[in-house]
Design a protein around this ligand. Structure first.
Ligand code: M6R
Length: 614
């Protein structure tokens, strides 16, 4: 989604900000801009629709070279359009009426129309359709020489969500930043400070980070950070060490982040699993869950919440919890959950699944579940993310930064961790040690299984070439293969723009089969797990109507493979683990189709890595 970078330090602010924006490109954006204080203390702004490269060229054409090497302060933004098209006028930073205050903003100001009307009556002129410009003017309206107070006064009037950075010509020694519902991290460097909506931007400067909480407002100077609440009461936020490694956010010789992350899965999964399996007691050690055996035995229900790929991981989790822990388990789309007035009590174990830990709907679902007294924990990848911090208890994936918008290693790590959670819960209830050991061994084998699938990269690329011209595809599966079908279809549609739908194979006859005609590709996830034979019958029904079948089958299952036009064989394993190798085959398939179609794989159109607005 939108990205923020602010810098105050020694010099070279424009170069540093542009580098920071490049780091945020993966989040998805459609315009960008930058505001700098020049040596005369004047605010200079450059904005451009399209890519950061266009912004960079424009800045270099319009600004003197000296500005790039000497200016010590500036703020910058990548915008993902919400209010108004991705034009130059709508791009951030926005200025107040005087032109002396610049502001960048992530989030949505819900009451901007009312505020805009009020400000217009007071003589303000607006040049964009955005809610952000209204906020910039509101800050200007309150400004009496102290930008911190003006920001606080303005934010008191605002309904909605924000992560902001503000710069004022009359106070060049500071950037004001604040958050409510949209993340802000402040890097504390040596004679420099850097503010960003994504901590990965800070890595080039420092490992020391402060995460703002909601309603925090910070006065950021090059050698100090002073944090208060909106009423000017000082608040204490700890400095944490960033655990990321800067090289993890580079492509490392791969053509795209997506293919790099697909190949990183054996390592990511090893990191997710390492030290968390107990082969003596046949259980999992997940101290972050913070549960006693007694609490586990008293739980009445598991309710997972998430969106997109995280929701699909939760669907796999349903099977694992029910089978291993004998507990009712369900996953709900987080946006649906937050608004449906869910029935919850303290015996409900709510698990928020989110790679980024910033997804607005999942965060709201967490807050709703906490309100209702449920036992809430998170399963996040990004350390220090809002959901991880607000839940207080949870398990990190440790999969490393996932840069590609299309989620891959997060999904497989989520599944691995959910299996371990189900194992731990099961052992606290009725699961025997022997059965627990069997599951623990199956989980431990996951990295190796994934490596085996990755060796088929070339074969999958050849298959992709056969399907690259199709404009529609159906993915089908049953049981544990149903979430795999959904996830496979999501991967294909988001990066190749092929219309791909995932269906429960049993649902075909209830409608979708009407769409099956000669030559239509059906990707059938028919690994050897309970229910496979029924899926094979559904495949026959598709074949009878002329569909071309690409099957995902278990190695050695020649009978299943014989039913397919093409197939990818994945290694045999415990049925609860099967979704992992099966989905890796479909990730590779989607990647190669999109690549052959020449798509922008890491930044698909209209999509953002982290959806921080509703
Ligand atoms: O960060 P989260 O896991 O909360 O994100 C949820 C979805 O936005 C995300 O999984 C999305 O569906 C991906 N683009 C899928 O590849």
């Amino acid at each position: 989604m939108c990205g923020i970078v602010g810098y105050i330090g020694k010099a070279e602010a424009p170069n540093i900000l542009i580098k920071g924006l490049r780091r945020l490109e993966y989040r998805g954006y459609d315009s960008a801009g930058i505001a700098i204080l020049d040596e005369a203390g004047k605010m200079v702004v450059v904005k451009s629709p399209g890519k950061i490269s266009a912004l960079n060229e424009k800045a270099r054409a319009e600004w003197p070279d000296a500005l790039f090497t000497q200016a010590p302060t500036g703020i910058a933004h990548t915008r993902w359009a919400t209010h108004g098209e991705p034009t130059e006028n709508n791009a951030h930073p926005h200025l107040d009426e005087s032109g002396e205050i610049a502001l960048v903003h992530n989030g949505i100001i819900d009451n901007y129309l009312a505020l805009r009307a009020r400000l217009k009556d007071k003589g303000h002129h607006f040049h964009s359709e955005t809610d952000t410009e209204v906020l910039a003017h509101l800050v200007g309206e309150f400004y009496k020489g102290d930008i911190f107070h003006a920001v606080c006064d303005a934010l008191h009037q605002v309904e909605g969500t924000f992560g902001i950075c503000v710069l004022a010509t009359r106070e060049p020694d500071r950037i004001i930043t604040a958050r409510r519902g949209s993340p802000i991290a402040i890097g504390v460097g040596d004679g420099e400070s850097i503010v960003a909506s994504d901590a990965s931007v800070l890595l080039a400067h420092t490992q020391r980070v402060i995460y703002l909480d909601d309603n925090d407002v910070a006065i950021v100077k090059k050698d100090s950070v002073d944090i208060r609440d909106l009423d000017n009461i000082p608040v204490n936020r700890k400095i944490a060490e960033l655990e990321m490694d800067a090289s993890a956010a580079e492509k490392g010789g791969f053509e795209h982040f997506m293919i790099k992350e697909i190949h990183e899965q054996p390592e990511a999964l090893s990191n997710a699993i390492r030290g968390r399996l107990d082969f003596t007691h046949g259980t999992a050690v997940l101290s972050g869950m913070g549960t006693s055996p007694r609490e586990l035995s008293e739980l009445g229900r598991v309710v997972m919440v998430g969106c997109g790929t995280s929701l699909h991981a939760g669907l796999v989790g349903e099977y694992a919890f029910e089978e291993l822990a004998d507990i009712h388990a369900e996953v709900q789309q987080a946006a649906e959950f937050r608004y449906r007035n869910p029935i919850l009590d303290r015996r409900d174990f709510v698990v928020a699944i989110s790679q980024s830990g910033e997804t607005a709907d999942t965060l709201a679902a967490v807050r709703e579940a906490q309100q209702k007294g449920a036992f809430v924990m998170s399963l996040c990848n990004v350390v220090g993310s809002t959901i991880a911090r607000e839940t207080g208890r949870g398990v990190y994936l440790h999969a490393g930064p996932e840069i590609s918008v299309a989620s891959t290693k997060a999904f497989t790590s989520q599944v691995a961790v959910l299996l371990m959670m189900a194992l731990k819960l099961g052992r606290g209830r009725r699961l025997s040690r022997e059965h627990g050991l069997e599951i623990a061994k199956a989980i431990a084998s996951i990295p190796k299984l994934v490596t085996q699938v990755l060796t088929q990269n070339a074969h999958i690329e050849e298959l992709a070439a056969k399907y690259v011209k199709d404009e529609h595809a159906f993915y089908i599966g049953r049981g544990l293969m149903y979430p795999v079908a959904l996830e496979g279809a999501l991967k294909l549609k988001e990066i190749s723009y092929i219309h791909a739908e995932g269906y429960h194979a049993a649902e075909l006859k209830h409608g979708p089969i009407a769409l099956i005609s000669k030559g239509i590709p059906v990707i059938a996830v028919a690994c050897d797990i309970p229910g496979k034979d029924k899926t094979l019958s559904n495949i026959e029904e598709c074949r009878a109507r002329g569909a071309r079948i690409l099957g995902i089958v278990t190695e050695g299952d020649t009978a299943a493979a014989a039913r397919m036009d093409d197939f990818i064989a994945v290694p045999s394993t415990h049925h609860l683990v099967t979704p992992v190798p099966a989905v890796v085959a479909l990730q590779l398939f989607a990647y190669h189709v999109a690549r052959l179609r020449g798509k922008e794989i890491d930044q698909p159109r209209n999509l953002a890595k982290s959806v921080t607005v509703e």
